[in-house]
Design a protein around this ligand. Sequence first.
Ligand code: DAH
Length: 343
Amino acid sequence: MQSEHADLLAGYRARMSSAASQEVLRSIEREAFDKGGTIAGMLAKVPSLEPSERAGAGRAANELKRALEADFAAARERLAQAALERERSGGDFDATLPAPKARRGSLHPLTQVQRELEDLFTSMGYEVLDGPEIELERNNFDALNIAKDHPARDAMDTFWVKTPPGQERLVLRTHTSPVQVRAMAHLKPPFRAIAPGKVFRQETTDASHEHTFHQMEGLVVGEGISVGNLIGTMQTLLQGIFGRAIEVRLRPGYFPFVEPGFELDARCPFCKQGCSVCKRSTWIELLPCGLVHPRVLEAGGIDIERYSGFAFGLGLSRLVMMRHGIEDVRHLLAGDLRFLEQF
Ligand code: DAH
């Protein structure tokens, strides 16, 4: 190596060994290797040299470059080791300092409402049930008295799961009602149960339609269960949600698995004269419900001479939107922290 190169190398080595951090080392390294740096400058000069000197100068510059590269790598490794050592021996670590605050998240607004309702219903003697999100066609439709030609069975409305021919067909459940079927198979009347969970529909999504949303099914089976029990329970539910008595009304509604079936409306809890939430009507559509259709009870193996029941299907997503004034259902499952951090 030419003596001028040997001096350069020695100079760099001295600076490397006194570099106290990776950042300092990196800045020295840039001086050597960056555009316009030591090595680049040397190589740039080669073409202007006498032809007989060019090969030698090029080789010498490359030799210096390789030597520097090896030294920088070694210096980097040395600094990393030293940092590890310091950490191990507790050098930079002060155990008496308060720990950095952990960033705490919060429960999703859907989870909050779900848990409140679970508390409320379990306090009334209900069990909380869970059902699979991939459900048998039979449980999602047939056992609920939903006819073969019902439009809900159409591929336009429902996500069907590919199943081999001859095997029972599966769907992403379109509602939580199939948990009613599972409850009747497992519980002995009298019983009360709720089943919160995700449901799926093949929707074109917009502010009020989402392919995945949350419902909470309710089912009560016992002797002499009537519409009166249903209304009383819904009043208790509203009292629990809004903290005061709220008037309800029933309108007829059709669902194949209840007879009679109703739409239950609640007096708008937000206004007296009409507002945007109740669309100026002072009534809010709260949930569909009804007395369980005898065919559904029978399919569930329940003695219809002795028992009757009521069921309801609460739209959890809608309830959360109403509670917080959320105008677009798609916010709920988008996972955007700017939205979630508000709860
Ligand atoms: N499963 C129905 C739906 O998603 C809602 C429903 C209506 C549930 C009436 C019920 C009921 O339990 O009694 O459209």
